[in-house]
Design a protein around this ligand. Sequence first.
Ligand code: IMP
Length: 420
Amino acid sequence: MSSRKADLILGVQWGDEGKGRVVDAYAADYDVVARFGGGDNAGHTIVVGSRKLALRIVPSGVLREGCRLFIGGGTVVSLGGLTAELDMLAGIGVDVSRIKISDRAHLVLPYHPALDRLAERARGGDPLGTTGRGIGPAYADKAARLGITFGDLREPEQLTEKIRAAFRWHALRFDQSEAAAETLAIAEVKAHAQRILPHVVDGVEFIHGALESAQRVLIEGAQGTLLDVGYGTYPFVTSSHTIAGGACIGLGLGPTQIGRVIGVAKAYATRVGSGPFPSELHDETGERLRERGAEFGTVTGRPRRCGWFDAVGARYATRVDGLTSAVVTKLDVLSGLERVGLVSAYRLDGRPATFSDAAHPRLETVVEWFEGWSDDVSGVRRIGDLPAAAQRYLAAIEAALAVPLEAVSLGPERASLARA
Ligand code: IMP
């Protein structure tokens, strides 16, 4: 059967690349925007005029009235969190009947954040710095075949039994203070099931039905390539597959059904939580990037670690994601720096090293320097109209990613985008 291909936008660093604003801008040309993984550990911010929207799980196309929004089967979602987000959106006049969730998506239940805390405590002095939302434990339950799906909400009797079975396993790790977790989980499901059920659909029918009826589907990644559970800086990663292949798994698509793969890269690098970050800046420049870029977590409020753009990580992402083009975000944050650095290579004991060496204690970075620019670039709408020094820096990012740069975002506003 002939069917359209879906396009994919995903982050190529450690998350927080500004995918939300890029997806919002691109969604004008699509009929469906679909999330494929992660949960409410993600925070996507969209600014339209005076309205600033912080989304956790609903795809970033939500402010485009013509778009249907789909939360795919590869996600893990808290019922209370989803209900709150639907209420918030309904409260600002969004028609939330456009939002659907796959029957294959898994529930994050109240005992999952509790398990996240226990796992962090068990790691002692070397915590992962998770968002504490129970994402890892929910994915672990899925793989252990103890998870509860959104499809399960249709059978309340069996659902209670399934939660009891999962809890019998988890209870072995809980102390008295968490003994009520099973009751809480059952209560949460009872409280929200009727509200959420009208949004639950057969996820495979939904996505393939859309593509087969020639609808334009845009897939939105969550977190970033370098946080992938298999190919990121393990174990300092999230628990889902954030790379392009994760879109196939998370939506039930084959690789031949993906069209463009657009990588979103911030003009510098940030990371929240623990883990290797070879281009990190521990000085005033890092501080300045944090302040000017408002680099504080959308979900947790934690200050993000900041550093130079890492071309080694970028090349790695192009490979594992199979990018076809790229968008650079937050270039405006670099305006006013006398010179801008870019980590062009890694070295280990005098020899060239690869991204898989990122955590090595003796790793050294090679920094290439670029002349800065001080012009206000926020009104620029064509990449060719940017200051010459900014264009030289962008050319180095484009060379690292080895795919054409199709847009550069120059501010949080929907319109602040320069196209090629
Ligand atoms: P978890 O996803 O809550 O298990 O956290 C695992 C790691 O991924 C931690 O370092 C988090 O800070 C990081 N992380 C999870 N979601 C995001 C995100 O949306 N942006 C940036 N980092 C994230």
